[in-house]
Design a protein around this ligand. Structure first.
Ligand code: SF4
Ligand code: SF4
Length: 473
């Protein structure tokens, strides 16, 4: 670990040893006010994560990301590939929100909301503490030869980790293929759907690998969000920070001596107890300043507060603070940069709400059959052939669907049946002919407006091209 005043901590990452091999982190079990708050938030989020695919709103799964069938539900609102533009705006809102949030509050998201941190710290790590014990016992166990105790503990831990990974994979699948489908597969028996079973086992393996072995490396080397910190954070961002002014003072940090009158010695309030380091799940020393590895988990705040209490110094040596707050004692200000991001966010949200209200319940697409020109029929009738696709975005069936020409006088004939029914969230596809008297055409390529009716009520309009002979221009 870096000594005071040295910058060599920047040359390596805390989870690699000098030979470049993985240095396993054995974080001490956190305990304190912030850890308790995080536990409550995590349990709430875990309950949400596990229940969201099984909650239905008007028959729609609350959250679903069915990439295979290209169907998405967000907060019970179904989206189709045709709503891709809405999706893009949602993504942009997400990105701007994350930027705004990060500029103001650093990696608060990582410590409090990110599923990786929640599963790692609040599920898998707690099981590890329960089986292996706290930091000291874990270190002893790892150095211990393979005896009965170690084998028993390892097998128990790995088995529980596997079961939880399998559960997470199931929930993940419920988000992907829908909870109804997943439950159907479970009732049918897994061996009737071997490809799904294989996918499930692959997901399980990935989760197991992440939580049993890869762990904090996800945040340090795999997560792109962590890499953005250098760009997004400034000296006004509130992060988990060590108050170096108070911690170091004129004489620097120093071990605590019993009965010393610390303020008169010129020594900083940091008693160099290393508790903030021992508790850190990413293996860093927060006293070296804001670092890419810090996921703002608050464990070091709790650890340091305990120490400050025990030596009768004020708490908050490590706390949520900006660099400006520590250096100049300035309070949080709503900077022009934040105002700019907030304005962009407001515009995007307004745009999304407007588009959601304007969104139709049915999506219609009528396209000329590729490679076909037109056909001239008796009585100067020109005929074009089309394929159509109607997507019902609602959960209600739509009955007696008909097409009518709105822009021209003419007829539309469906190849199969002149009336259609479309199931809720279903689609109807087929072929149709449009016939128009050549005298009604204004050129060799007219734009037609077509109305889609259900029980004689207009539910959607769409346009398509109609080809006619050149001489009728
Ligand atoms: S430095 Fe503190 S807040 Fe950051 S990851 Fe380590 S313990 Fe958590
Ligand atoms: S826990 Fe607090 S007092 Fe102890 S080393 Fe860390 S910053 Fe210093």
């Amino acid at each position: 670990m870096a000594e005071q005043g040295q910058d060599n901590f920047r040359d390596t990452i805390g989870t690699l040893n000098e030979e470049g091999k993985r240095a396993w982190v054995f974080p001490k079990k956190p305990d304190g006010k912030w850890y308790d708050y995080r536990k409550y938030v995590s349990y709430g989020l875990l309950a949400f994560l596990f229940s969201a695919p099984f909650i239905k709103i008007q028959g729609n799964q609350f959250l679903m990301f069915n990439v295979l069938e290209r169907r998405f539900n967000i907060f019970g609102f179904p989206f189709w590939p045709q709503d891709f533009h809405l999706f893009v705006i949602m993504m942009l809102i997400g990105v701007v929100f994350v930027i705004l949030f990060t500029v103001a509050f650093g990696r608060l998201f990582c410590g409090w909301i990110c599923p990786q941190t929640i599963f790692m710290e609040m599920v898998f790590r707690r099981i590890e503490y329960w089986i292996d014990g706290d930091r000291g016992k874990q270190i002893r166990l790892s150095k211990m030869p393979w005896n009965a105790e170690k084998i028993k503990k390892r097998i128990l831990k790995w088995f529980i980790f596997f079961i939880i990974s399998f559960l997470i994979a199931n929930v993940f699948l419920a988000y992907l293929i829908g909870s109804d489908q997943l439950l159907r597969y479970i009732i049918d028996g897994p061996f009737k759907h071997t490809s799904t079973l294989i996918s499930l086992l692959i997901f399980t393996g990935v989760f197991y690998f992440i939580y049993a072995w890869f762990r904090e490396q996800v945040c340090i080397i795999a997560c792109p969000y962590g890499r953005l910190q250098g760009v997004l954070l400034d000296n006004k961002s509130i992060v988990v920070a060590y108050d170096h002014k108070r911690g170091e003072k004129e004489a620097g940090r120093a071990k605590y001596k019993k009965n010393e009158d610390r303020p008169t010695t010129g020594k900083g309030d940091c008693i160099d107890c290393f508790q903030c380091v021992h508790v850190c799940p990413t293996g860093i020393d927060i006293r070296n300043g804001t670092q890419l590895e810090c996921v703002n988990c608050t464990a070091c705040i709790d650890a340091c507060d305990h120490m400050m209490e025990s030596v009768n110094l004020p708490k908050g040596l490590i706390r949520y603070a900006s660099e400006e707050n520590i250096e100049k004692k300035k309070k949080f200000t709503y900077s022009p940069r934040l105002k700019g991001y907030t304005a962009v966010l407001g515009i995007l949200i307004a745009l999304l709400i407007g588009m959601l209200f304007l969104r139709n319940d049915i999506e219609a697409r009528i396209l000329r059959l590729p490679g076909q020109l037109y056909e001239r029929k008796a009585d100067n009738i020109i005929s074009n052939v089309y394929t159509f696709k109607l997507v019902n975005k609602t959960i209600d069936d739509i009955h007696h669907v008909q097409f009518k020409l709105l822009s021209h006088k003419g007829t539309i004939k469906l190849v199969s049946n002149n009336m259609l029914d479309i199931d809720g969230q279903g689609l109807a596809e087929g072929t149709l002919f449009i016939e128009i008297n050549a005298s009604a055409l204004s050129g060799d390529k007219d734009r037609l407006e077509i109305g889609i009716y259900s029980d004689d009520i207009l539910i959607e309009t769409t346009t398509t091209a109609f080809l006619g002979p050149r001489s009728y221009k």
